[in-house]
Design a protein around this ligand. Sequence first.
Ligand code: ATP
Length: 317
Amino acid sequence: MTDVSVRLGDGTGAARPILDGVSLRVLPGETVGLVGESGSGKSVACRSVLGLLPGGARASGRIRVSGRDVLTMSPADLAALRTREVAMVFQDPRASVNPLRRVGDFLTEGLRAGGTPPAEAMARAEELLTAVGIRDPRGALRRHPHQFSGGMLQRVVIAAALAAEPALLLADEPTTALDVTTQAEIIAILTRLRAERGTGLLFVTHDLELAAAICDRVYVMYAGRIVETRSTDELFDRPRHPYTAGLLACTPRIEPDAPPPRPIPGRPVSLAEAPPGCAFADRCAHAVARCTQEAPVLARHGDGLAACHRADEGIAL
Ligand SMILES: Nc1ncnc2c1ncn2[C@@H]1O[C@H](COP(=O)(O)OP(=O)(O)OP(=O)(O)O)[C@@H](O)[C@H]1O
């Protein structure tokens, strides 16, 4: 997506800005992280790729998937995009499935709608369940969602997302609701499938350790804007934006000599409440007068981009 801004109607006729000039890219086979505190706009950015914005939202900019612009697509083309090119996995797998329908029906409906004969669709569903590590796939097809644990059901949802072999998989906190062991298994499945199938993966998370473990590149969002993006290695070794450094410092670490986590002072602001200048200035220990007067632009520093007037001074280390 390039320079995407989103505004939401607030019911009174006024429009509340949610995203401002967000540019973000996922190449085939790449895992890209999107991190930031709650309310920074990660989910809205992710959903905008599927044209899934709240009612009354207005989006500008360009969102291209396989060369076609999502924002100007007809409803029929959008529906086709969602079944063939881009799939999304959400935090709560139970919200993605109909509790009254068998898993087999859920997994095969897209394939059957695309003209695959029922027996072939069932065989494909079995294959997909095997690919996500479900041991008795034939039995699983006959069961209902309530007969699965959260982790098993998330595997089913991932299998469904992969049914059409999408070019891009959007994963919005897909493991947050799961215990750590299951979380590790789901991550292993996603990374393996991405490597085997060359699917691009956009992984939305507030967990920086997890982003570090699986992502090639990371985008950091604050108040509806991207404030930093670079390769995962450099982001963690040498963040240029004090917000990224703050997120890293407040992440608990397990190494025995690691410093204790230090929370970022204050609370996150939404884009609508953001002051002029840098939206993070109020919470930033390094802010100078210029930061409250002039909005920093996202510019090249090191191997990526950062939106900070002091990005080259090494202050975020
Ligand atoms: N359906 C909606 N109606 C009104 N406002 C919304 C809606 N969805 C999101 N917002 C607003 O958009 C902003 C960005 O929300 P978003 O859910 O994208 O943040 P997030 O970074 O994904 O947070 P979280 O980590 O909590 O999911 C927030 O200020 C939120 O209140």
